[in-house]
Design a protein around this ligand. Structure first.
Ligand SMILES: *[C@@H]1O[C@H](CO)[C@@H](O)[C@H](O)[C@H]1NC(C)=O
Ligand SMILES: [Cu+2]
Length: 194
């Protein structure tokens, strides 16, 4: 009896954990598969081939002796100026999560590199995350709620299961769903340990 109860609880936790992992989003190697964070890749073209979703991750891979990654404002992106820096990354393998809908801008802060093309605009516009493990070769699972660039924003696609939505600049409801799953997992853990 006890073991049956424990097994059913375990099943619940496994399901919750699975929901968690699909909510973690895809991981996109910037510039892949043909390039990286370098002076050759056209990042306008690269980004236009991907539909970025909430929870997706960008992975900037480069030689830290040669480049860096600076998140800047739109103005900093347009003028190639790192002075409007929001964050600076220089490990050579920087992972940046797209945690809110909207546009974000990244440039290389080394003089001349942004002007030479090391500048990336990423538009996160869909709520349902891509599957984990995407390597930049695909768009992940289609579906979810995507917005267009108009104001007020218009929903442009709602195929599949629509479980939560979010306004631009806010990831509140998506985060709430994650928080509920996290809380459920934490509460169930002690029951299994007994
Ligand atoms: C990069 O690609 C975009 C869109 O494909 C194109 O409009 C632009 O001219 C390209 N930039 C360079 C420097 O080739
Ligand atoms: Cu550089």
């Amino acid at each position: 009896m006890v073991s049956l109860k424990r097994m059913s609880l375990l099943a619940v936790v496994v399901v919750v954990a699975a929901a968690f992992s699909t909510a973690n989003g895809g991981s996109y190697g910037v510039g892949k598969p043909n390039g990286g964070w370098d002076l050759q890749t056209n990042y306008t073209s690269w980004a236009s081939s991907i539909t970025f979703r909430l929870g997706d991750k960008l992975v900037f891979k480069y030689s830290a002796a040669v480049h860096d990654v600076v998140e800047v404002t739109k103005d900093g992106y347009l003028s190639c100026s790192p002075s409007s820096s929001i964050a600076v990354h220089r490990t050579g393998e920087d992972t940046i999560e797209l945690g809110r809908l909207g546009r974000r801008y990244f440039i290389c802060g080394v003089p001349g590199h942004c002007d030479a093309g090391m500048k990336l605009e990423v538009w996160t516009r869909c709520t349902i995350p891509s599957p984990p493990g995407s390597d930049g070769n695909g768009n992940g699972t289609p579906g979810g709620i995507c917005i267009d660039g108009s104001s007020p924003p218009t929903i442009i696609s709602t195929p599949g299961v629509v479980s939560y939505g979010s306004a631009p600049g806010s990831s509140g409801s998506a985060n709430t769903a994650l928080a509920i799953m996290a809380a459920a997992t934490v509460m169930l853990l002690p029951l299994i340990m007994v």
